[in-house]
Design a protein around this ligand. Structure first.
Ligand code: FES
Ligand code: FES
Length: 155
């Protein structure tokens, strides 16, 4: 008996249809089947945010999501960012908010979601939005500075 399933979805705007093991995580599907390695393995248990992608616009932890659950969904990874996310990326560059970069894809996608819902979020709202994203390098100060700059349109 096969445990494979056919999955049809959009990833970064492109239609995808694949036969995958039913137990495959979304993170492994993206990294291994589609070679989209921007989403990272961190804790693999939903605690660090390194694997964050957007599913139908909402942040989602790909390490604890089954790919098979994504039937019909629209998934965005860091490879799929565009003009809407450009201000966040530019502010990260300016403030050197990415050091090793391991947390950066997840944080950028979380911030992009926040800013799509609240164009001018407060510092508390920014902290809440990034509450599940662990960064071992920056101390968060530079990330907050970058997010604040985008939020307040200071660029
Ligand atoms: S790798 Fe998914 S939350 Fe840590
Ligand atoms: S920049 Fe290294 S973990 Fe955040």
């Amino acid at each position: 008996m096969s445990d494979d399933v056919i999955l049809s979805l959009h990833v970064n705007g492109e239609p995808q249809r694949r036969l995958i093991p039913a137990a495959r995580t979304l993170l492994d599907f993206l990294r291994e089947d589609l070679a989209l390695t921007g989403s990272k393995h961190g804790c693999d248990v939903g605690d660090c945010g390194a694997c964050t992608v957007r599913v139908d616009g909402l942040p989602r932890l790909a390490c604890i999501t089954l790919a098979a659950e994504m039937e019909g969904a629209s998934v965005q990874t860091i490879e799929g960012i565009g003009p809407a996310e450009a201000p966040v990326v530019a502010a990260f560059d300016k403030h050197v908010a990415s050091q090793c970069g391991y947390c950066t894809p997840g944080i950028v996608l979380c911030l992009a979601h926040l800013l799509s819902e609240q164009p001018s979020p407060s510092d508390d709202a920014i902290r809440d939005a990034l509450g599940s994203n662990i960064c071992r390098c920056t101390g968060y100060t530079k990330i907050l500075a970058a997010a604040r700059e985008v939020a307040r349109g200071e660029r």
